[in-house]
Design a protein around this ligand. Structure first.
Ligand SMILES: C[S@@+](CC[C@H](N)C(=O)[O-])C[C@H]1O[C@@H](n2cnc3c(N)ncnc32)[C@H](O)[C@@H]1O
Length: 286
């Protein structure tokens, strides 16, 4: 099946999207309902960050056990819709557990609720954030990297090697010690958060309060998928995952429940596409 047929197959099952481009589909709606209407192994890679149950403007706080049950439901659907060699990257932070924890890492609550195989927990470290008084100031979230089959999964390390090597010419027995493309970027990733504010607002910032930096998702997509694969985000927000997928010649599917954010995502992805087409035309000229 060619790439476009794969998106057509999804569109036939879900009906008309809120927006469609040559290589992406955006749907407005509850991801649980939308995923229930899909069958078949559609997605090669899912990258997402759900609401954390911490009272952000796009969520209603519920009892923690209900929140965990809800997470299990949608993660099971992601698993059902993932291709055999596929992967699932889940970005989560911390939540308050009354009487037990000021801020419990959400991975502790989900560890036995996820049907995928856990390859690794990656720490995303960032510079800016709230300043704590009675504890250390929090500066990390986690990415949980899961796969469907631990013996067969995509991992393109060369695509994400870090060229920042201190002693690139160091040799052992006459051979270069370090890979000339760069070093393994390790399981601690430092990328600035998308910040707001009059003086420190990130260039890529939209009106969404919890936007992924494109650079982080870019690394996930390069490492965990191949060109032409379908990348999925059931909690698309401002559209970061789709933008990063398009930049890397992947197909993309996004679901988002909030109409205003769907609109933000559409405008953002259209802008990104125009930029990519312009870059492509410039490249073709020289
Ligand atoms: C943490 S934000 C994701 C932000 C996104 N990663 C970005 O880069 O902009 C979670 C998003 O999930 C959306 N959402 C919440 N419940 C949903 C549901 N049941 N189905 C689809 N989207 C939902 C919220 O409106 C919010 O935009």
């Amino acid at each position: 099946m060619n790439q476009e047929d794969r998106l057509d197959r999804i569109e036939r099952q879900l009906g008309s999207p809120a927006h469609r481009g040559e290589s992406f589909l955006l749907y407005e709606g509850d991801c649980l309902h939308l995923m229930k209407s899909l069958n078949g192994n559609h997605f090669d890679l899912t990258v997402t960050s759900p609401p954390y149950n911490i009272g952000k403007e796009y969520e209603t706080v519920r009892p923690v056990d209900h929140y965990v049950d809800w997470c299990e439901q949608w993660v099971r659907d992601v698993h059902r819709l993932t291709t055999h060699f596929g992967a699932f990257w889940l970005n989560v932070g911390y939540l308050n557990l009354p009487g037990r924890a000021k801020a419990i890492p959400i991975p502790y609550l989900l560890w036995d609720r996820v049907p995928f195989y856990l390859i690794q927990e990656v720490v995303w470290n960032y510079g800016a954030g709230v300043a704590a008084r009675r504890s250390f100031s929090p500066r990390n979230e986690k990415f949980l990297w899961y796969v469907k089959d631990p013996d067969n999964y995509t991992f393109d390390l060369d695509a994400v090697r870090d060229p920042n090597v201190k002693y690139p010419n160091q040799k052992k027995n006459g051979k270069l010690k370090c890979n000339p493309i760069g070093k393994n970027p390790t399981d601690v990733w430092s990328f600035p958060k998308v910040t707001s504010g009059r003086f420190r607002s990130s260039k890529e910032r939209t009106n969404h309060p919890a936007q992924f930096p494109v650079a982080v998702i870019d690394r996930v997509i390069k490492a965990s998928s191949r060109p032409g694969d379908i990348v999925f985000d059931p909690f698309l927000g401002s559209g970061t995952t789709v933008e990063a997928a398009l930049r890397n010649n992947r197909l993309a599917v996004g679901f988002e429940v909030d109409r205003a954010y769907v609109q933000t995502a559409i405008e953002r992805i259209e802008r990104a596409q125009r930029r990519l087409e312009h870059e492509y035309a410039q490249g073709a000229l020289f």
